[in-house]
Ligand binder design. Structure first.
Ligand code: HDE
Length: 811
């Protein structure tokens, strides 16, 4: 520890003959020619002497020879460091031990508290008085400072000015894409060590947990846009590993529209609201998007996914997530394999239907945000299993498609997905802005054990994310914003810049150095990040080139694979989505071009879409870029259907309405609500109004919501009431009939006691399916309801009853 200069002997004014003047040791401009003798009683002299000794201990740069040659390049050695004799040589100032309430004492050795847990910056104002940002107590928060009661407001009012100035700057630029999103904290838990493939910290030991922050988002709409737009969803996970932050910035769809980052600005310009009138918001159903994608046939595979129900998820908790690109795993020996990442929801993959999504966006634009928040608040923590597809360079060579092409999947039937861990989201943020808005994901954030492939789309992303944060978050120090700071120690020689938080001790901010004993020193290959040398065999045509490999030209094989792997009801939804989107175009030529493209995917699909658009004749198929694509390994992949993952959460977190009105059998209704809540569902009593509802037996129950403020399409299922008075009231209430009708139209489960059948009849709902068989989603309710409730819960767990569907709907 440096000795406090306070207790040090004062420097002598006159140097003793033959000795270096200790006073000279205090000069900051130049020191004594011979170096100080190091009077142990004088910290300045001691510091100089110890610095001199440190510097002398490194007569040359010992690591210089290691900077050269391939072998050193792939296995860099750790830097050399010399332990200083005391803390003195590393100090910025001899006065550092003069502590105060503000300065604290000397920096803890080797520490950087900007990476300490977030409670260091959480603010709780319980019992506190109001202050300015300078901590000055505010006496009056109601009035500006005026000259007399009716006089002018004074410029001197620093309290008013501070408040307004801060308010004026409350907004930051929204994300250029993925502006609308919601996030949560949680953890990742590793099942088994994956060390044969990777040394990445989260996969080192069975049971090891790594904190995560996850943000889900839509792509097209602005920050305040609706949640249930037809769109790709972002699925970005920040792993705070003990070896640094790893961001797996993925989507809920495993492929992308384009193959090269060069086209990303074009794609985004085409899909965003059109620039002349800034419409439409949060929608791809407009001319410029379809103009672009129909001229870019590599987007066809992605279009199949985006027109499927994947693009209108029921909940963030019921979506898969994908890393999309091929990445690399690297183990301790430096061996690498390719890897694709898959998140699979424990709650199953469930989606909305289009009519429902459209209506929800009006009644509750925050539908997904609310759902995520409420799941976590109620302890129904969303959970996913992480799976990996691991394959070698040699496997990749054999595939009929290129693994560097982000418009292609690797069918699970070709390379199975191995489960490696689970992720649980169990904590909502304290503050949306500080955490969810300021979180900065970046594909360049990788840790030792994870590396990139040569995917040209990924290459652009490695650049783009840091770049965008600099303007969005106002400078290069966004890594110090608490939500972005790693939990791993941070030490480097980067300094200054806007909004710098860290106060670096010492005067050394360069490497190599001897004045700080060589610290911080380079970690070397064993501990540090080393890029895998790309092992792509050099071919004659290797050289600078702007072109794509041949296999990238197969634009349709996997689009067909996706479409063919869907169940008939999913195929029908895809056709309907194309019909809807293309019906919104104002330029018929674009519409025709898209139908021409669909002929290369599936003739029946193209015909169905054309018929839905009133096109009597099919256009010629679009010319293909590759006349003879390679034979695909897999022609049907059941894993691609949403129905392949029903989930294992039953009715947990399902929103279930229990309709009520005056005269309801209140005891039964409350028992049903309690039984559903016991199973983890979220029951809500919905009446003609909120508040008191008179029960048949004279008691009162409280409605949580009204038919007006929470319409039927917001619920996963509905329990119809018993009690003649209530049924009669609801049967003449148009809102109640619409409620029931929409539940039915959207394929939901209705519990229908015999007496309440009249509600179905009034709403025009048939008791049987179109083919005359029993409707599994209309569950008859018996007297006191226990058996019926069980059957109801089972039917709700199926999510939806598409057997009921007709196009157009019967009801
Ligand atoms: Fe992004 N993307 N992206 N992207 N992306 C951004 O970064 C970009 C791509 C994805 O919740 C931006 O911080 C380029 C694919 C998610 O904060 C920006 C290219 C995938 C999020 C950016 C792509 C994604 C973003 C905007 C083509 C799925 C939201 C704000 C080369 C694998 C993260 C920001 C969050 C956000 C660039 C393509 C996923 C501009 C250049 C493919 C989930 O940097």
């Amino acid at each position: 520890m440096a000795k406090s200069p306070k207790s040090a002997a004062p420097a002598r004014a006159t140097p003793a003959r033959g000795r270096t003047a200790p006073a000279a040791a205090h000069h900051t401009d130049s020191g004594p020619a011979q170096g100080p003798a190091g009077d142990p009683a004088d910290p300045a002299a001691r510091q100089k002497a110890e610095v001199q000794a440190l510097a002398a201990g490194m007569p040359s740069n010992p690591t210089k020879p290691d900077e050269h040659g391939f072998v050193n390049g792939v296995a860099p050695k750790p830097g050399v460091s010399i332990a200083p004799p005391s803390r003195l040589p590393g100090a910025s100032t001899l006065s550092e031990a003069n502590a105060s309430e503000k300065t604290g004492g000397v920096a803890p050795e080797g520490g950087n508290p900007t990476v300490a847990p977030l409670d260091r910056v959480r603010v709780d104002s319980t019992g506190q008085r109001l202050t300015t940002n300078q901590g000055v107590p505010i006496a009056d928060n109601q009035n500006s400072l005026k000259y007399g009661l009716r006089g002018p407001v004074l410029l001197e009012d620093f309290i008013l000015r501070e408040k307004l100035t801060h308010f004026d700057h409350e907004r930051i630029p929204e994300r250029i894409v993925h502006a609308r999103g919601s996030g949560a904290h949680g953890f990742f838990e590793c099942y088994e060590p994956l060390t044969q493939y990777t040394k990445a910290a989260p996969f080192r030991e069975a049971g090891k947990t790594t904190p995560v922050f996850v943000r889900f988002s839509t792509v097209q709409g602005e920050r305040g846009s609706k949640d249930t737009a037809r769109d790709v969803r972002g699925f970005a996970v920040k792993f705070y590993t003990d070896e640094g932050n790893w961001d797996l910035v993925g989507n809920n769809i495993p492929v992308f529209f384009i193959q090269d980052a060069m086209k990303f600005p074009d794609l985004v310009h085409a899909v965003k609201p059109e620039p002349h009138h800034a419409m439409p918001q949060a929608a791809s159903a407009h001319d410029t998007f379809w103009d672009f994608v129909s001229l870019m046939p590599e987007s066809t595979h992605m279009l199949m996914w985006v027109m499927s129900d994947r693009a209108i998820p029921r909940s963030y908790a019921t979506m898969q997530g994908f890393g999309v690109h091929s990445y690399r795993f690297v183990n301790e020996d430096g061996d690498s394999v390719f890897v694709k990442f898959h998140w699979s929801p424990k709650a199953g993959t469930h989606s909305l239907v289009w009519d429902e999504a459209v209506k929800i966006s009006g009644a509750d634009p925050d539908y997904h945000r609310r759902d995520l928040w409420e799941r976590i608040e109620s302890g129904n923590y969303p959970e996913w299993e992480l799976g990996v597809q691991v394959f070698t360079e040699e496997d990749a060579e054999r595939f009929s498609f290129d693994i560097l092409d982000a418009t292609k999947i690797i069918p699970e039937e070709l390379v199975p997905v191995q489960p490696v861990g689970r992720m649980v989201l169990n904590r909502n943020p304290d503050n949306f802005f500080a955490e969810t808005e300021q979180v900065a994901f970046c594909t360049a954030h990788v840790v030792p054990g994870i590396d990139f492939s040569n995917d040209p789309l990924l290459a652009g992303r490695i650049h783009s994310y840091v770049d965008t944060q600099i303007s969005r978050l106002g400078g290069p120090n966004f890594h110090e914003i608490p939500i972005n700071a790693p939990i791993a120690p941070v030490h480097n020689n980067q300094r200054d810049g806007m909004h710098r938080q860290a106060i670096h001790r010492g005067r050394v901010s360069y490497e190599p150095n001897s004045l700080a004993g060589g610290c911080p020193f380079q970690a070397g290959a064993v501990q540090g990040f080393v890029s895998v040398p790309a092992r792509i065999a050099a071919k004659e045509e290797q050289g600078k080139v702007r072109a794509k490999p041949e296999k990238f030209a197969d634009h349709y094989t996997q689009a067909t694979l996706f479409y063919e792997s869907q169940t008939p009801v999913e195929q029908a939804h895809i056709a309907a989505a194309f019909r809807f989107e293309l019906s919104k175009l104002t330029v018929p030529a674009v519409r025709e071009r898209m139908v021409a493209s669909l002929r290369n995917v599936s003739e029946p699909l193209a015909r169905q879409v054309a018929a839905g658009l009133g096109m009597r004749e099919l256009p010629e198929p679009l010319p293909r870029a590759l006349a003879k694509p390679a034979k695909p390994e897999v022609r049907n992949s059941p894993a691609l259907s949403l129905l392949a993952r029903p989930g294992e959460m039953g009715i947990r977190a399902r929103m279930i309405a229990l309709l009520a009105a005056d005269g309801v059998d209140g005891a039964l209704l409350q028992a049903q609500a309690a039984a559903l809540a016991d199973q983890g569902a979220a029951p809500r009593i919905v009446g003609p109004h909120v508040g008191g509802i008179a029960e048949a037996d004279g008691g009162m129950l409280q409605a949580d919501a009204s038919l007006e403020n929470e319409p039927g399409f917001l619920f996963d299922a509905v329990v119809l009431p018993q009690g003649q008075g209530a049924i009669a009231a609801l049967a003449t209430n148009g809102l109640a009939l619409e409620f029931v009708k929409e539940q039915y139209r959207h394929g939901k489960t209705l519990l229908v006691p015999a007496d309440a059948r009249v509600l179905l009849e009034q709403a025009g709902i048939p008791w049987e399916l179109p083919d005359g068989s029993a409707d599994p989603g209309l569950v008859p309710g018996d007297g006191n309801g226990e058996t019926a409730l069980k059957a109801f819960a089972q039917a709700v767990a199926r999510h939806r009853h598409p057997e009921r569907e007709t196009d157009p709907p019967r009801v």
